[in-house]
Design a protein around this ligand. Structure first.
Ligand code: SF4
Length: 220
């Protein structure tokens, strides 16, 4: 693994590349954001935004999601992967919001994670984006990039990745770094075809070096 100093230098480069990174899930309030994050599992933000454009017109409160049959909600989000499970989770979430929090999205990690269908990643995103509490949610991009750069080990689980990143990055920068690592993974260090040949981190990146050497072998 690389040193804390080197990791911070790399994060500075990513900061320069994506200074304006932010949440790309469209939402008007904490409730819409929570629904959008639930829908975004294994799905692009772009597709989620396409679906929520009409979904949020039709469903504005937890009661609205529970007022229709499950099949109707499934039809409304059918273009999103795992729509059957996600429909059930949305309804469970809405029921527990009404039961425990008077229909409002709670503002603490513990309360958020007590809601049906809400895990640590969703709670972190809602806390940081909706309520301005520094959080570093580890999604697939954050995990992949942190491991490729050597900030974390490939065998680290999501919780360990979060622990390492939050121990290196100053707390007040957690939310910004979270968005920047997502942008870096989404638009530059892509899962299948990372842009190593044009990457400013290539020299220090173990994964990039490995790919670079492999490409040299292939071309010789
Ligand atoms: Fe990603 Fe390649 Fe850059 Fe490494 S060199 S961070 S693998 S794009």
């Amino acid at each position: 693994m690389i040193s804390k100093k080197k990791a911070l230098e790399m994060l500075d480069v990513i900061d320069d590349m994506f200074p304006d990174a932010e949440c790309e899930l469209r939402h008007e309030n904490p409730f819409e954001l929570t629904i959008a994050v639930l829908l975004s599992a294994q799905c692009t933000d772009k597709l989620v935004n396409k679906v929520t454009a009409s979904l949020f017109e039709k469903y504005k409160t937890p009661e609205d999601y529970l007022a229709v049959e499950l099949e109707e909600l499934q039809d409304d989000i059918r273009s999103i992967g795992l729509y059957r499970n996600k429909s059930k989770n949305i309804r469970k979430l809405c029921a527990s919001l009404l039961e425990k929090f008077d229909g409002k999205v709670p503002e603490t990690h513990a309360e958020l994670e007590s809601l049906a269908g809400v895990g640590r990643k969703t709670a972190n995103v809602v806390m940081s984006v909706a309520f301005g509490e520094p959080s570093l949610a580890v999604d697939t991009h954050v995990e992949r990039v942190s491991k490729r750069l050597g900030i974390c080990r490939y065998k680290d689980n999501v919780r360990e990745v979060e622990r390492k990143l939050t121990s290196i990055i100053p707390r007040e920068q957690w939310t910004k770094s979270h968005h920047q690592l997502i942008f870096f993974g989404r638009y530059h260090c892509l899962a299948k075809k990372p842009k190593c040949s044009e990457c400013p981190l290539l020299q220090d990146c173990r994964e990039g070096q490995k790919r670079y050497r492999a490409s040299l072998r292939e071309s010789s």
